[in-house]
Structure formats: structure tokens, C-alpha cells
Write a protein that binds this ligand. Sequence first.
Ligand code: SF4
Length: 61
Amino acid sequence: MTVSVNRALCYGSGECAFRLPAVFTATDDGFGAVVPGREDTGDDPEVREVAERCPSQAISL
Ligand code: SF4
């Protein structure tokens, strides 16, 4: 399962990168993003939890 961040919904809280930096990062302009090469981690329970806790529901699995 893949994971992605919808920039149109993300408001740059930084929580995803803070909680799970192995999978999430922040772009230069402050939006959440998936670390390149980690897009296939959507089955990981930790990734699922971070997605559920995103305050803007911007993380899709
Ligand atoms: S937790 Fe959600 S709103 Fe915050 S930076 Fe990550 S994707 Fe964006």
C-alpha cells in the first residue's frame, strides 16, 4: 500500500515528520511530504497512525 501527502490539504503542521521522520519529511516551503523511496510503507501500522493523526487529513493510504 502506498502513502502520499496531499499538498492542497496539508497546512504544514510538521507533525508527520516529527512523529515518523523515517517516512515523512518537510519540503523547503514547509509542507509535509513522503521521504523519497518510502512511498510503499502504507501497510506499516506506524504510518497508519500518523495518517490518522494528521490534523488536516492530508495523508492518504
Ligand atoms: S501532519 Fe498533516 S498537516 Fe501536518 S505537515 Fe504532515 S501532512 Fe501536513
